[in-house]
Design a protein around this ligand. Structure first.
Ligand code: GFB
Length: 309
């Protein structure tokens, strides 16, 4: 069990997920948290990562460092998504083994599942079919991470676990319109259109894909919980158990922002996978459930980001 003074390393603490885990650990009273910005510690570099582990000898590791992005970024920077993620996770997982880390949690993504897998997605559907092409390199890296954790558990007895969150949103999200995920992109698009009096907002794809959205604070809560409760091979889905269409999401955000103009669908842009709803039976049985409602979560991040009332 993690003690309040255990040395806990959060890899990726500046990102949306890592910063949420950081806030959670601080709230829980942990006072020996190790963090390093990527400019100071390039986890893609094997030697630098090894030196860091040698110096700090963390006892617990949350591996939330990753190259992430929305559908276009994944599609465009395929080499970077594959290389950066494989390097980061290989280095951290291997050094965690070398320096006797008591427990490590690897964070992946719901895009690891086959594009046409039955819904909701059960953990056992992993590697039963072809992946969604727009994010195949990212998914391949994340699948490799799960297998790394399981292999080190099997061969060396390491307590390395994996969790697969659904689509996320929250504080410290990326709002770059080319690289971000749909939810922050739409908040920004509707906000700017309202501020500038623009008559139309362009939303990508057909609006029919279904997505499930989990607030980063809920995710951090689940990660903290599973870090104490889960000690097995395989992985645990983390989601809310319900999804909405991109068209419904656009209407919801339009409404929250108070934009009165029109939505135009740019069907030249990819839809991506038609649906990826997590089956959260395993997580529920372990005793955890999400609490933040999507509408409330969007209102909160909108307020934080654009300082509205
Ligand atoms: O969030 P998103 O980029 O990622 O896109 P994915 C979700 C859906 O929203 C797609 C549509 O159908 C997009 O076409 N969409 C509509 C938009 N308007 C926009 C917009 O302005 N920006 C964006 N980004 N999308 C990613 C994967 O897939 O999800 C990653 O590429 C990762 O690997 C991540 O798994 C969680 O859900 O399609």
């Amino acid at each position: 069990m993690m003690q309040k003074d255990s040395r806990i390393y959060i890899a990726g603490h500046r990102g949306m997920v890592g910063s949420a885990i950081h806030r959670k650990l601080l709230r829980e009273g942990h006072d020996n948290i190790i963090v390093k910005a990527s400019q100071e510690l390039d986890l893609r570099n094997q030697q630098v990562t090894a030196d860091f582990f040698k110096e700090h000898k963390p006892e617990y590791v949350f591996l939330a460092a990753a190259k992430v992005g929305g559908i276009l970024a994944n599609n465009e920077y395929k080499a970077d998504f594959l290389y950066d993620n494989l390097m980061i996770q290989n280095n951290v997982i291997h050094q965690a083994y070398e320096y006797g880390v008591k427990k490590l949690m690897f964070l992946g993504s719901s895009c690891i599942y086959p594009k046409m897998a039955p819904q909701p997605l059960k953990e056992e559907y992993l590697l039963t079919g072809l992946l969604e092409p727009t994010n195949e390199p990212y998914a391949v890296a994340k699948i490799a991470g799960i297998k790394m954790c399981d292999a080190y558990r099997y061969q060396y007895g390491c307590n390395f676990i994996s969790v697969m969150p659904t689509n996320l949103y929250g504080p410290n999200d990326n709002y770059d319109l080319q690289k971000s995920h749909v939810l922050p992109a739409l908040i920004r698009k509707f906000h700017e259109a309202k501020a500038n009096g623009t008559a139309e907002v362009v939303v990508w794809g057909t609006g029919t894909p279904l997505r499930e959205f989990l607030h980063a604070d809920d995710l951090a809560d689940a990660c903290y919980y599973l870090m104490q409760q889960y000690n097995d091979a395989g992985f645990v889905n983390i989601g809310v158990g319900t999804d909405i269409s991109i068209a419904e999401l656009a209407e919801m955000i339009k409404d929250i922002v108070g934009y009165k103009g029109k939505i135009i669908w740019d069907t030249e842009k990819p839809d991506g996978t038609p649906r990826k709803l997590m089956d959260v039976t395993k997580l529920t049985k372990l005793g955890w459930k999400a609490t933040i409602q999507l509408k409330d979560g969007i209102k909160e991040v909108y307020k934080q980001k654009f300082d509205t009332n």
